[in-house]
Design a protein around this ligand. Structure first.
Ligand code: ADP
Ligand code: MG
Length: 337
């Protein structure tokens, strides 16, 4: 594991055995998350973004399971002498004490819908304080002060009063802010944001992205930012991984992905980003075809049946392996083999 990496995922395979057949949700994922960097994970719905994130914390919905692979985390938690060591999260039991400490304490996750994180029956302040009391050695009064400071930090006015209110008394945008505050209260090494801005209007989206960038700077946390919207990624990510049908088909710096992309799927996503000049056009560009059913994985390259550059007899037969274009830029496409 590279010493700058907080997490390294190696050949991760996750499947859902269902009555209708087995869904291969993740088909061999390799991904590194460097310390203090924002990593964007992009792809159409159903390609495995959420399952990648949920695997890290071992909160995969049943009957999904990790079949193979490693999820290495560099942490001080669980170490005898308080030194950093490397543990394989994939080997821990989902209900183990260590994994419980790691969730929120070391890696926290925010979801699209804040009510996934909050209970309707307790004040927002109690819930944020609870997260802190569970993971850190602080008194109730210290937890309260920290919660007020955090709400203030994420831009919730009048924090001391709002702390006593219930989640439904907050607007959608304010709830999102509070959720990010709760996710950061234990000062985690990594924040996973799973499509956190999709349901918000554009102004609030921009504010949320600014907020996350500030927090990354102030707390030095790594951020894994998941979205189906490549446009949002340009504003926040240092590096981007493009996913398709349970595989990473291209990864590189944000610059590589936007200006020197190699995989035709990445090109299609970039072309589908709405541009100001499109306002005059009648329709937005969309990617032709749709993601195949999870029960019918295409042979060869998973993207071949939608690919504008598909080479018959090659792409429908051979499974592409990632080609290295230098400086961490990789793409799995037979055009380059
Ligand atoms: N609870 C579940 N039961 C069965 N299959 C699931 C479940 N959750 C996800 N999957 C399957 O795993 C694949 C990846 O899903 P997911 O990671 O949620 O996609 P994304 O977040 O990129 O939209 C999909 O093919 C989906 O059908
Ligand atoms: Mg998802």
């Amino acid at each position: 594991m590279n010493e700058n990496d907080l997490i390294e995922i190696k050949n991760l395979r996750v499947s859902f055995p269902l009555d209708e057949g087995t869904v291969q949700a993740l088909d061999g994922i390799d991904l590194s998350i460097p310390k203090g960097k924002v990593i964007g994970i992009v792809g159409e719905s159903g390609c495995g973004k959420s399952i990648t994130a949920r695997s890290i914390l071992q909160i995969i919905p049943p009957p999904g399971k990790i079949d193979q692979g490693e999820i290495l985390l560099r942490t001080k938690l669980g170490s005898m002498n308080d030194d950093e060591h490397i543990i394989d999260l994939a080997k821990l039991k989902p209900d183990s004490d260590l994994l419980r400490q790691i969730r929120w304490g070391e890696i926290s996750m925010v979801f699209q819908e804040p009510m996934t994180s909050f209970s309707a029956y307790h004040s927002l302040g109690d819930q944020i304080m609870e997260a802190l009391l569970m993971h850190k050695d602080v008194s109730k009064e210290e937890a309260r002060q920290a919660a007020i400071e955090m709400l203030d930090r994420v831009g919730i006015p009048n924090a001391a009063v709002r702390l006593n209110q219930f989640p439904h008394e907050f607007s959608g945008g304010m709830r999102q802010r509070a959720m990010i505050g709760m996710a950061l209260i234990c000062n985690p090494s990594m924040l996973i944001a799973d499509e956190p801005t999709t349901s918000l209007d554009v102004t609030i989206q921009a504010q949320m992205l600014d907020l996350m960038k500030d927090l990354r700077r102030d707390f030095g946390s790594s951020i894994m930012f998941i979205t189906h919207n490549l446009g949002v990624i340009a504003q926040i990510a240092d590096e981007v991984s493009i996913m398709y049908l349970g595989k990473i088909v291209e990864q590189g710096t944000t610059m590589d992905i936007f200006h020197d992309q190699k995989h035709p799927y990445t090109s299609s996503l970039v072309e589908a980003i709405p541009k100001i000049s499109d306002a005059r056009k009648k329709r937005l560009t969309t990617i032709r075809g749709s993601v195949p059913s999870p029960f019918e994985r295409p042979s060869g390259c998973p993207f071949h049946n939608r690919c504008p550059k598909m080479m018959p007899g090659v792409c429908d037969v051979k499974v592409p392996t990632p080609i290295d274009f230098g400086n961490g830029h990789k793409a799995a496409c037979l055009l380059y083999e």
